[in-house]
Design a protein around this ligand. Structure first.
Ligand code: BGC
Length: 463
């Protein structure tokens, strides 16, 4: 048995990015099955049609047992993975698909047999398509759809799974990935152009999602299963592109409120940041939140915060960007990682900021990792050298552990990701794994970063 209070060293993944088996054993279609197969969304971004139909074949037990053995070799004691909602409830609500439930039961047992703690993310962006057709998170009924689904997970897995995560990165999902995917589906000339009105509309969806999270937390606590439930948020500390330019400074402030403060303020202070609320209401005058809603959110705080950190963002004022804050394409740093500049000191600052602003909550780093291009990884026979990722991981772990020494209640570090996998809009063209995957043969090769992470865990088992 694993020791519950041990510092968690782990790896993380998400169902759509790794499982494949997209029509296996009665699974219903998810939004991503449709985006990739019918709408070929990846084509708009990489010019190729990639899908998660097979992904890294993690639905196959023979395959995943080999991967779990490799996790054991790596030395991790935790694996964060997500559940595919449409495997469990093919229509999103109603009939439960027992074969889908069984798959995760077996995986949980196999992980525990290997002394690896399973950590479940209930929702990591793959919504049953039937629910998407009913308006998805824009529909207030989504709160009840989600509560029903989460209860199925709690009652089936809660005896052995002691950490649940309600949602993964609501901001990136609803304000970035979904609008971009929809722009691609609508064949917009520039799929990256998101309008102010889209942000205003998505504010409602994200509010529903927070209500769903609070409702599930409340239900989980009432079940008294003896575990903990949290939420994973993405954090992007902001740096004005030009600190002497008042407009850039203002744009950075807006983006900070939208991305970093919105959720924490609601959960820990019972209100949304006022400056962001005003912007949402400017572009969506019907967006209102009631005092009861805010009470529900604040009264059902998560037991821990899952922190996903990749990079800070340079922000510049740009009126073609939503809310005049351009953050995605602005990266003047020399070493370019796919998702931002490599600045580990910002992880330290972020963790200290959360501790000081929000009464020192329990924190797990639920994702941190590096997406460099294929060209940055030198595959030579059985050896994959990924010096940039290796350096990234070491320096970010240093920063995180420094914050822990300085009083942050950090209980674990889960690296994104174990294996290379399907990277949403970019399909298989972006690699994040410490294990290389040949997507044609499904062959795995541990990279240099795998051995570096292994050594860190061996040298500092307690973090
Ligand atoms: C997401 C992952 C994604 C990773 C790298 C995070 O935003 O949770 O699903 O693969 O970033 O882009």
């Amino acid at each position: 048995m694993f020791v519950k209070d041990k510092f968690l060293w782990g790896v993380a993944s998400a169902a759509y990015q790794v499982e494949g088996g997209y029509q296996a054993d009665g699974k219903g279609h998810s939004n991503w099955d449709i985006y990739t197969n019918d709408y070929q969304v990846t084509k708009a971004f990489i010019g190729k049609q990639h899908t998660g139909n097979v992904a890294i074949n993690f639905y196959d037990r023979t395959q995943y047992l080999q991967d779990v053995a490799l996790m054991k070799q790596l030395g991790v004691n935790a694996y964060r993975f997500s559940i595919s909602w449409s495997r469990i409830l093919p229509d999103g609500t109603g009939e439960v698909n027992s074969k889908g439930v069984d798959y995760y039961n077996q995986l949980i047992d196999d992980l525990l047999a290997n002394e690896i703690e399973p950590i479940i993310t209930n929702f990591h962006w793959d919504l049953p398509y039937k629910l998407q057709e009913k308006g998805g998170w824009g529909n207030l009924d989504s709160v009840q759809w989600y509560a029903e689904y989460a209860n199925v997970l709690f009652t089936n897995y809660g005896d052995r799974v002691k950490k649940f995560i309600t949602f993964n990165e609501p901001f990136i999902y609803l304000f970035f990935i979904e609008p971009l995917a929809h722009n691609a589906i609508a064949k917009k000339a520039n799929p990256y152009a998101i309008s102010n009105e889209t942000y205003g509309k998505q504010a409602e969806a994200v509010h529903h999602l927070l209500l769903a999270s609070a409702t599930a937390i409340q239900n989980y606590h009432q079940l008294n299963l003896g575990g903990a439930i949290g939420i994973t948020l993405s954090f992007t500390p902001t740096i004005p592109l030009n600190t002497n330019n008042a407009e850039d400074v203002q744009a950075a402030r807006i983006f900070d409120g939208l991305h970093n403060r919105w959720f924490l303020d609601a959960m820990y202070q019972g209100e949304y940041p006022d400056n962001i609320m005003k912007l949402h209401q400017k572009y969506n005058p019907t967006f209102q939140v009631s005092a009861e809603d805010m009470q529900l959110i604040a009264a059902n705080q998560p037991d821990f915060i899952g922190v996903n950190f990749y990079a800070p963002a340079y922000v510049k004022a740009d009126d073609s960007a939503p809310y005049n804050a351009e953050w995605f394409s602005t990266n003047p740093d020399e070493i370019k990682m796919f998702n931002g500049p490599v600045r580990p000191e910002y992880l330290y600052k972020l963790l200290m900021w959360i501790k000081n602003e929000y009464s020192n909550p329990v924190i797990y780093i639920t994702e941190n990792g590096a997406g460099f291009g294929v060209a940055d990884e030198q595959l030579n026979g059985d050896i994959v050298k990924d010096p940039l990722r290796t350096d990234y991981i070491k320096r970010h772990i240093d920063s995180a552990l420094q914050a822990k020494r300085d009083g942050v209640d950090l209980r674990g570090y889960l690296l994104w990701s174990f294996c290379d996998n399907f990277e949403w809009l970019f399909g298989y063209d972006k690699r994040f794994g410490v294990v290389y995957v040949d997507f044609d043969s499904q062959r795995r090769i541990p990279k240099q970063s795998f051995y570096a992470y292994q050594q860190i865990i061996q040298e500092m088992p307690d973090g």
